[in-house]
Design a protein around this ligand. Structure first.
Ligand code: 6CS
Ligand code: FE
Length: 298
């Protein structure tokens, strides 16, 4: 295994100031003349907005299998020290590292409909930096406040550059009323550095309710003011592909309809995590892959 590399911190954050740093990297790394696995218009939309929604990628039979696997993983999950529960109710909020807990989700992470697109956009071999099931249960699923995933993965996991993306596969209908993902088009082109220093064992709180590594109200007004807010309303079996630095969040769910999605985070192999860019120990393996980074099999 490569010794932990240390990289120059191109995106300093949580050092007492809220500020913007322009993005250094491209959004789509593949050369324009390389044929894409999806429509060129969809790739162009991803480059411009920082996300794209692909509808009806998976069949009803496949979705039914994923839903059953989600139920299977839920059984006994609360007893696991690695399950994130909802503040207050104790309902299951997230289960991480599902690509290692489930043969079905391991296969899904490597599915060409997902992995080939990730390899194209990142123009590299890829590995799973993180995977999770977000349940957003009916009545009790709390919000995910506005944030950039990259801000956390850079500062707390040591991800050097913006060369990673998430794919969220919808397992239940994401209506406009049950806490769908909200994304800010174009926000991926500015890195919003946050002020507050990373607390000890931050992940134990942030995965329930994130209060550090979130932009200030002024930064949010500037980012949202420039790009408005798009709500990803999707049927089950859709995929929301979004750049590691796009600003996103989701509201709480007070309806009976759960908003359950699977997330896979694809990181470019040449962008593997190194030492965290904060004075805290590296986060545990179930949240951030570090100990056995190998290319995702084709
Ligand atoms: O800390 C993290 O890695 C997680 N936090 C959020 C709110 N989104 C990305 C990721 O799941
Ligand atoms: Fe996120």
């Amino acid at each position: 295994m490569l010794a932990s590399q240390s990289f120059e911190d191109l995106y300093p954050s949580r050092q007492g100031v809220h500020q913007f740093t322009p993005r250094h990297e491209p959004t789509v790394y593949a050369p324009n003349d390389r044929p894409a696995p999806i429509d060129r218009e969809q790739i162009d939309a991803y480059a411009k907005d920082g996300f794209v929604v692909l509808d009806d990628l998976f069949s009803d039979v496949e979705i039914r299998m994923f839903q059953q696997e989600m139920e299977r993983l839920t059984t006994g999950a609360k007893a696991s020290g690695e399950t994130i529960t909802e503040p207050g109710s104790g309902e299951v909020r997230s289960i991480f590292r599902i690509h290692a807990r489930s043969a079905l989700f391991k296969k899904l992470a490597a599915d060409p409909r997902l992995a080939e697109l990730a390899r194209y956009i990142l123009n590299d071999e890829v590995y799973i930096h993180q995977s999770r099931l977000n349940y957003k249960p009916g009545f009790r699923g709390k919000e995910f406040y506005w944030h950039s995933d990259f801000e956390t993965w850079h500062v707390e996991d040591g991800m050097p550059r913006m060369r990673a993306l998430s794919m969220s596969i919808t397992l239940t209908e994401n209506f406009d009323f049950n806490g769908p993902l909200m994304l800010v088009p174009g926000s991926h082109r500015q890195f919003a550095a946050c002020a507050g220093e990373t607390p000890d064992d931050h992940f134990k709180a942030s995965l329930k309710k994130q209060e550090y590594g979130v932009p200030s109200d002024d930064q949010l007004k500037q980012l949202i003011g420039r790009g408005s807010i798009v709500t990803a309303k999707c049927k089950p079996g859709s995929v929301i592909v979004f750049d590691c630095n796009v600003l996103h969040g989701s509201n709480g769910n007070i309806t009976p309809a759960p908003r359950s999605n699977v997330f896979f985070v694809y990181n470019a192999l040449t962008n593997r995590v190194g030492e965290p860019f904060c004075h805290q120990p590296a986060r545990p393996e179930y949240i951030c892959s570090r100990q056995h980074i190998v290319p995702l099999a084709n």
